[in-house]
Write a protein that binds this ligand. Structure first.
Ligand code: TRP
Ligand code: SF4
Length: 334
């Protein structure tokens, strides 16, 4: 036990939808790795949330959960520092969701902006379901059951945290007990990573670089990236600002950035060389993740062990909160 007191409780979650990519790494995971040093962190694989859109193929959710856990662990989320667990392992989330549903006005759910947006974007799936409408309330249960003080999320999730505060307030008010603190939103500090086609990195654009990519496969992926299209010959002056290679340099080799930009603008470096330099630093940066992942893959049972330990710690707290909730509502506890 270190002498340094922790600053408070953090909870965050990620839906297991497939292999994580560099957008996830620089958008969320890097922050989590930092936060686990200073806060009591709960990191939750929200597999029930994934089911709200993947209910037709529920088997994938299990496989994706294991993949995501491997990704988390390989980039430094540490079960010694944070509680890592799966939402469906702690059934108390479902009980709290149910009880909160009794006091949550439908109109609050209907006006959450992600509800209509997602329904429009994810065409081809029927999302006029009860579970999908209740998505933010399940998220509120995830957060409130650990009495989280702070929730680190991307900007798109801010309305869900605001909604969580409203639900907490309503519960505390109705039962005249201050059970749930109102969680603060902590917007992830992130580095913008474009995909290899220079659009936002996203699985649906098929332009990602997986965190788990083997070092030997990195050069081929880098070669496919889009450079300044205005540069035909290698000594043409280039514009690094329209080049995805350059955007990656700014993340992976910030010390060399000015040099790279100047050489590009003066036409002193060819794109092939510039790509080779990038591939080399990316290999250096990502190789430890890859090795850690391989080590985990070779010790079967390890993931289950981590999840079992996480579940135990999470459940102990969730159960305590549920005792308080039932008691505040005047319900019998078993
Ligand atoms: N809705 C979040 C997302 O899509 C995932 C999530 C579920 C979450 N429960 C949470 C995030 C609790 C933070 C806290 O990214
Ligand atoms: Fe991009 Fe580098 Fe080519 Fe300039 S030299 S356009 S930064 S790849």
């Amino acid at each position: 036990m270190t002498a340094k007191a922790k600053k408070g409780v953090i909870l965050s979650g990620m839906r297991p939808t497939g292999k994580l990519h560099l957008g996830n790494l620089f958008g969320a995971l890097e922050n989590w790795v930092r936060l686990q040093e200073d806060y009591h962190c709960f990191f939750c694989i929200v597999d029930w949330h994934a089911l709200t859109t993947a209910y037709e193929n529920p088997a994938d959710v299990q496989k994706n959960s294991d993949e995501m856990l491997l990704d988390w662990l390989s980039c430094g989320i540490d079960p010694e520092k944070a509680v890592i667990f799966r939402q469906s392992d702690v059934k108390e989330h479902a009980e709290l969701h149910l009880l909160l549903s009794m006091l949550t006005p439908l109109s609050w759910l209907e006006r959450v902006p992600t509800y209509k947006e997602q329904q429009q974007q994810l065409t081809g799936r029927n999302l006029s379901t009860y579970g999908f409408l209740g998505y933010p309330l399940l998220q509120a249960a995830d957060i409130l059951i650990y009495k989280a003080d702070v929730v680190p999320v991307g900007e798109d999730q801010a309305p869900h945290i605001e909604f969580t505060r409203e639900v907490a307030r309503r519960f505390n008010y109705l039962y005249e007990k201050n059970i749930f603190p109102e969680p603060a939103t902590m917007l992830n500090k992130y580095k913008v990573v474009p995909g290899i086609d220079n659009r936002k990195m996203s699985k649906s654009y098929d332009n990602i670089i997986e965190i788990s990519l083997a070092p030997q496969e990195i050069p081929a992926r880098v070669r496919r990236m889009i450079t300044d299209p205005g540069r035909i010959r290698k000594d043409d002056p280039g514009n690094p600002l329209v080049c995805s290679i350059y955007a990656f340099h700014s993340i992976f080799s910030p010390e060399e950035l000015e040099k790279t930009a100047a050489a590009c603008r003066k036409g002193e470096i060819g794109c092939v060389e510039c790509k080779n330099n990038l591939a080399a630093v990316m290999q250096q940066h990502l190789e430890p993740f890859y090795l850690q992942r391989r080590a985990l893959e070779e010790s079967p049972g390890k993931l289950q062990e981590i999840l079992a330990a996480g579940r135990k710690k999470a459940q102990a707290i969730a159960r305590e909160t549920m005792e308080e909730v039932r008691s505040a509502m005047g319900l019998a506890s078993y």
